[in-house]
Write a protein that binds this ligand. Sequence first.
Ligand code: GUN
Length: 292
Amino acid sequence: MTAKKIDGRAMAKEVREEVKVSVAKRIAAGKPKPGLATVLVGSDPASEVYVGMKKRMCENLGMNSFAHTLEADASQEEVEALVSKLNADPAVNGILVQLPLPDHLDEEKILQAVDITKDIDGFHPINIGRLAQKGRESLFVPCTPNGCLVMLDKSGVDLEGANAVVLGRSNIVGMPMALLLVKRNATVTICHSRTKNLPEICAEADILIAAVGRAEMVKKEWVKPGAVVIDVGTHRIDDDTKEKGYYLTGDVAFDEVSEVADAVSPSPGGVGPMTIAMLMRNTLRAAEIQQD
Ligand code: GUN
């Protein structure tokens, strides 16, 4: 069997088009442009790339973007003061504090300082808490796991009663992913670095979400024939034989897993573009919540 490729790039384009049309309608109706503020502390190269991509995407979809960069040694007070200023700015509908933050900063306190109606990352404890509670809707759902869910839905995967295994328990991906899958009535197992018999547990999954942070860790033997696999990882591997001197890959050994799975999302070209599309959708939603 050769698995179907879950084309996150094409799916993300559909989402972006919808957002673009809605943004244009708001502007035609005399409403302000939705605006996203990003806060980057320090100069981590990967974070700089991500923040730059978010800024360009806002502009492509007709939204404003306000990029703020603080020095790597910025104090807790400075970061919180910036967040407060953005909370009070009506031109800013969404606030994204790029993670990870430098170690000296208290991440939880900073995320808690974001106004929950501007929390387009869905990382505020109230939004995450609501996601964990039956019948309570969060205002915003974290972009990466929500993007994975949209990819599953667009691929026609039935989640009801399915065995889903989430590899990874991070605040950004694994934990909210598991909560979202439970909300959709999947039977969910969360695996992490201390999990015993990892390959065997993964091989029970109808749906396997790989957010483990290790290049090509998920092998063919870890995947049940006919399973659906979503690869959240992105890794840059040095390789002198490539023109750029490196190549990108995911948490999943794509070629061999494609021999057994029913469908696999590639990395790059899967979850990455979908995450940014979800961020744009959340920013539009923030403008709707605040202005309609
Ligand atoms: N770092 C890695 N992924 C994310 C994300 O989705 N949001 C933020 N704010 N930081 C990240």
